[in-house]
Design a binder for this molecule. Sequence first.
Ligand SMILES: [Zn+2]
Length: 390
Amino acid sequence: MLQLKSKIYILFSAIALLFAYKTYAQHSCGTTHNTILSAAQASKESVSKAFENQYYTLRALKGTNSNVLQSIPVQVYVLSNTSSNFNLNTEKEAISRSISHLNRLFNAALFRFYQIAPVRIIPTTHNVLVKGEEQQITSAHYTPNAINIYIAPSLLNTALTSICGYITNTKPLQSIVMQRDCMYNNSSLAHEFGHFFSLLHTHGASNIQKTRELVNGSNCASTGDGICDTPADPLITPGVIDNFCRYNGAATDANGDLYRPDTKNIMSYAHKACRSHFSEQQQARMFHYFQTIKPLFSGFEAVPSSIETSRLDTKLSDVTIYPNPATGTALHIKTDVTEALNYSIMNYKGQVFSKGVVYNNTVNLAHLPQGIYLLAVRSRTSQVIRKFMK
Ligand SMILES: [Zn+2]
């Protein structure tokens, strides 16, 4: 009976994993090390032995005294396209589940997050948010003394590839922007919270250059993520991890040692379904960092929970396109903006099909196969994205 149970469990897990790969594999994290490096640096410098001892003492008490958990307010905003099928109650339930899961992952770091006010809706005409555009939102919708989370239907980085989430430079506290499906995958939200609390990726500050951290750990404090109980990580990607979350890559470090990265670490680029824990020193680091920003959470005043209705505007917000669905080989752009405009056409994965200057308020679609596309129209100072079908 037990055997059958465990077989069923393994089968179920494998199916769940496969499903998760399929759904989320294409999105990566959009947080760049510049955003966190200063925070991480500040944290490293300010981490005193006293903080560290405090963490380990409190952690030891956790089993008997729940007061050691530090309660941190969060405010969730949902960007909602008013024309989309959107059920606020379903969304609220999913958000609550997501935050409960976050609390399980952060329990050992002694954090407990709670919603300071009900979820707020920001109506928008945009289906897609491009990294940087959130400034228009955060300037109009921001709750001080709380971690602000913004959920967008779809997120792209500035190279227009799909991303799961990122932390912003919003002052005084950084905010977290999440792509909607990633908000609920039980891994990406915790990953961005890790960045918020100053953690780097386990492969270090660069997503391009291989880490200089050695497998033998001799330079762990000064390279990689600067944390010594996370093994050297050569930037693991789903391609070098099997369906049971085991690393099967053959890369070696400068000494010729095979890497043995932690494929379950939340701050890695492993499959999102594999990522399930922070290391002890990562937890201590987050705890330390929180002590340095703690004053920013004080003096919170409750705000009315009414639903906000202001719109997300850009200078190009009047752009409309027609005919949609496109019937011929041309898509027309209507706008009062008179300066020269550039455009690019891409699919939801961020794959660009064509780009150039908008000439005669028209974009040529002759080469495009049938499908659903995004048209990005850019002026010198702003950008809008419109969905169209051909
Ligand atoms: Zn990241």
